[in-house]
Design a binder for this molecule. Structure first.
Ligand code: HEM
Length: 173
C-alpha cells in the first residue's frame, strides 16, 4: 500500500486525538514508535491493514466510523491538496465516483509497485449505481466511508449502502 494512505491515517489520529495516540497505534500494530510514515514509501499490505485495525482499537471506534473519519480528512485536507489536479474540474459526487477508476489508474501509473483498487460501474436505474470494488486488500468499509465523505464534500444527498464485500449501491437524489 502506498504511504499516502497511511500518512493520511497518521494525520487523522495525531491531529484529532494527539501524537501519543498515534504512538499507541504503532505499538498495537506491532511497529516501533520510531516507525516513519512517509507518503512516498511503500508498505506491506499486512502492515497497512494492521495499522487500520489498530486505529479502530486504540480510538475505540468501528471500522465504518474510522473509514468515514478517514474519508472526511482525505477529501477535505489531503487529496484536495496533494492531488488537486485530479479534482479541479469535478463538480459533483456523481462525477467523481464515475471517474474513480480512471483517477486511480492515472495517479498510480507512474508509481512503481502500485496496486490501485479497481471499480466497475453498473446502473440499476437512472438514479441507482452499483459499484463493484476489486482489491486484494478487501477494504470495502474504507471504500464505503470514502464514498460517504465524497457526498458530504460535494454537499450531495446520496444514500450509500453496502451490498456485499465487493459491491456498494449508491442512490443519487
Ligand atoms: C483525488 C482523489 C483520489 C486519489 C488521488 C486517490 C488515490 C489513491 C492512491 C494513490 C491509493 C493507494 C493505492 C496503492 O497503494 O496501490 C488509493 C487507495 C484507495 N482508494 Fe483512492 N484516491 C482518491 C479518492 C478515492 C475515493 C473517493 C475513494 C472511494 C470512494 C477511494 C478508494 C480507495 C480505497 C478503498 C483505497 C485503498 C486501497 C485498496 O482498497 O486496495 N479513493 N487511492
Amino acid at each position: 500500500m502506498k504511504g499516502v494512505i497511511l500518512d493520511c491515517l497518521k494525520n487523522l489520529v495525531s491531529t484529532n486525538y494527539g501524537t501519543e495516540k498515534w504512538l499507541k497505534v504503532l505499538t498495537v500494530a506491532g511497529l516501533p514508535a520510531s516507525q516513519p510514515i512517509l507518503a512516498t514509501s511503500d508498505f506491506d499490505d499486512k502492515v497497512a491493514i494492521n495499522l487500520i485495525h489498530a486505529t479502530c482499537q486504540v480510538l475505540n471506534i468501528s471500522m465504518p466510523q474510522a473509514a468515514e473519519a478517514f474519508g472526511d480528512l482525505w477529501m477535505n485536507n489531503y487529496a484536495s491538496k496533494i492531488y488537486a489536479a485530479y479534482l479541479t474540474n469535478i463538480k459533483s459526487s456523481r462525477e467523481l465516483l464515475l471517474k474513480l477508476d480512471s483517477i486511480h489508474t492515472r495517479v498510480t501509473n507512474t508509481m512503481p509497485n502500485a496496486k490501485p483498487p479497481r471499480f466497475v460501474y453498473q446502473w440499476k436505474n437512472d438514479h441507482t449505481l452499483i459499484m463493484t470494488y476489486s482489491s486484494k486488500r478487501e477494504l470495502i468499509d474504507l471504500f464505503m466511508g470514502l464514498a460517504k465523505s465524497v457526498a458530504k464534500y460535494y454537499k450531495d444527498n446520496l444514500i450509500v449502502r453496502k451490498l456485499s464485500n465487493n459491491q456498494i449501491e449508491i442512490i443519487f437524489s
